[in-house]
Design a protein around this ligand. Structure first.
Ligand code: CTP
Ligand code: MG
Length: 234
């Protein structure tokens, strides 16, 4: 039987957030932001282990007490220059340490998506566990889309039909994802599915929700905090 593992790439610097501290450590409801995703993933009954991929130079991680997650959490200090490098390095390290089998499912989840719920996580796993390829949480694009010219004027309006916004977790088997990321190291892929797509596969889109957004800019942090506070005090 193949198992399910989560892998959280957390080696980014959060440049768009504009804070010296990488965004995964910014305070969110009195915890470093990354705590929230770790908590949801470690709590999940299907997930056998959670790999955290840190930048080799990261000292911030070790300032916190993570012992409540010690049964499932594995720290891998092998992050790379891009998100794809960090994921690939994490997959390779986990395999080298004999922690995963090539047939196991890996759910890659951004450290910067703190509002993932157990309900969505269960839904993703249930919808993909018998899938041949794997897939990802995503939401249909809601806004009207404009293509700009070089002067920031509307060149034309894009159809939003069949357009989705990719989220995470993105769930693929260890061997397929490793092969996909290895073969796309020269292309700038910003998620795992695009590497798998480049091999000619069609990842499945599983309907997520807007709460599972990625904290990218300062205003996103305040929004994530409101959502988590409301969940804790309904
Ligand atoms: N990430 C990573 N290794 C990198 C770059 C990104 O592990 N070299 C991780 C981030 O830590 C984050 C996830 O990939 O959990 C999604 O990336 P993003 O939101 O782009 O985070 P950053 O790259 O840190 O932010 P920015 O692009 O604004 O610098
Ligand atoms: Mg980035």
């Amino acid at each position: 039987m193949s198992k399910f593992f989560a892998l959280i790439p957390a080696a980014g610097s959060g440049s768009r957030m504009g804070n010296e501290l990488p965004k995964q450590y910014l305070s969110l409801n009195n915890r470093p932001m990354i705590y929230h995703a770790i908590h949801t993933l470690c709590q999940n009954q299907f997930i056998a282990g959670v790999f955290i991929v840190l930048a080799p130079s990261d000292t911030e991680w070790f300032k916190y007490d993570w012992s409540e997650f010690s049964e499932k959490l594995v720290v891998l200090s092998c992050g790379g220059l891009t998100r794809a490098d960090s994921v690939l390095n994490g997959l390779t390290a986990a395999k080298q340490k004999n922690l995963v089998d090539t047939n196991d499912w890996i759910l890659v989840h951004d450290a910067a998506r703190p509002c993932l719920t157990s309900i969505l996580l269960d839904k993703l796993i249930n919808e993909l566990a018998i899938d041949k390829v794997g897939g990802l949480l995503a939401v249909p694009v809601a806004d009207t889309l404009k293509r700009s010219n070089t002067e920031n004027r509307v060149a034309h309006t894009e159809s939003r039909e069949n357009l989705w916004q990719a989220q995470t977790p993105q769930m693929f088997r260890h061997d397929l994802l490793t092969q996909a990321l290895r073969s796309t190291t020269n292309i700038n892929v910003t998620d795992d599915a695009s590497a798998v797509e480049a091999l000619g596969f069609y990842p499945k889109l599983v309907l997520g929700d807007a709460y599972n957004f990625k904290v990218t800019y300062p205003q996103d942090l305040a929004l994530a905090e409101l959502i988590i506070q409301k969940r804790n005090n309904p």
